[in-house]
Design a protein around this ligand. Sequence first.
Ligand code: FRU
Length: 570
Amino acid sequence: MLRREALRVTEGDRFEMWARAKDGAEAEVAPFVIREGERVLYRIEQLPPYFDFYAYSHFGHSELVVEWDDNALDVSLLYRFNEADVAQEGVTFMSLEGGKILMNGRQQWPQWYAAESGRPQLRFSPFKGWMNDPNGLCRIGERYHLFYQYHPNGIDWGPMHWGHAVSDDLYSWLHYPVFQHPERNLASLGATGGAFSGNAFLDKDGSLSFYYTERLPAYDLFKDYREVQKRMRPSSNLVRPVANELVLERTPPGVTHDFRDPKVWYDEVDGLYRMVLGSAVDGDAAILLYNSDDGNEWTFASVLYRAPRRFREGGARCAECPDFFFVDGHWVLIVGFVGFNEAETGRHNLLYAAVGDFRGGVFVPHSDELQELDFGTDFYAMQSFWDGHRQLALAWLFNWEFRKPEGSVYSGELSLPRLLSVVDGRLRMQPELGYRRLRQKRLDRPSESRIIPSLTNAVELTLRGDLGGVQVVGTAANGAAFKLAEVAGRLIIEMPEDDGKIVYRSGVFSLTQVTVFFDRGVLEIFANDGAMCGTRRSYRMADLANIEITKGTETANLDIEAWSLRSAWE
Ligand code: FRU
């Protein structure tokens, strides 16, 4: 059915749309047209059966008429924005439903984000579509920029774009236009790949660029693909890329297809640019080091880190998303090993840190043992950045073990922003304190052991004191429950979807304090001031009706503090 709606536009308004032909559609007319009076300004003559990208920029002020054929047009994502006010307004999402153009601008986002019962309220998630790794994190002026691995055309992983959002505090976000597209329309090739993960790099002269990987059109998810590194420069308002060059394409000896996720920094001591890349060398997950005099021509320097044999034996295919930074007088290397399964616990998607020295291009960890970063495993692809004062990080809350239930408009959520430090030779991660501004009220405690949360709001719970044997059970309105317990010097987490095959437990330590955030199914745990962290994501419990705390012994002294937090999207 042909639909027609008037739309008021101003100079510089831009519309971006991902669309395809509806299944079985027989278009007799052009499926999408923009007119000004009788004049056609933009017309899609015919839609392909796969999603394609369309954009229209308007010059002048006027009232337009948008015409579309409901039976022929299938839109996955559509929004408008104007570079003149995008920094205040972000994008306005649009949908063509029931013959009407519906606008969903920043004023509507609180409702949109509250609407899905399982959507976290303290954390970033995309408006719709699929998200994985955080990318290109940086602070420019007073603003934080988050880019992220994004697939606009579905809620599964697919051809990778870079989504983009900005924030003043890393809690409350404004959606920006999609920043980076795959080099080719991979959907038209029936291929995957695209603009993979990468970092923001602020040069000595203050100029910003992004280094990232392009996976060229790939027809196998696990082998035989090609990955190359690119350098992209953004427009001064960071709304779009203005230049993009291939800077590294050739792999060193022993490296085949995994060659990705660059992190670039300037080495003041040696006076050169350096890059680390996730890879595998002769089958061992490894991190490669490259050097450059200008940030454009890169030379292979060495294998910076090679994973111990047990990772290869446990199925690790390569190292992903390496991060390497200097904090509190130490160099910290972060790495994930895709494919690795830990035999003792069955866990996978673990992230590790090695803390050490880096001199003359050589990294010497203080210990041979890697530090497990998060025992819950729903914390992957962490990326950190220096905001001028602090080393901060975000990670992707997902581990491929459990999937979102059908019917959601999106997939993918980020962790709370974490503040990184090194204490006693180990990396610590604490929640960035901005969440305290979201505290609403202290929660009711009808008895010493019981807390009544405000059902759908996020909860922050801190326990201090004699924590040996302590147990916290949080129960949702539907009866599903999580358990967090101290058992023989370890923290364990159980979620409703667990069947005991995978054991989510920390290393052995002496628990003195623990802060737990529950946010619509996300459990993020920070113990001993962030020395031990655990993150789990349940899709079976979206709210919290009751919290029961059981002490390890009758005489144990517990100090309990519990808050309800309002949504960061409000
Ligand atoms: C990690 C990862 C990266 C890659 C990206 C692709 O989750 O596999 O190695 O760049 O996701 O989306």
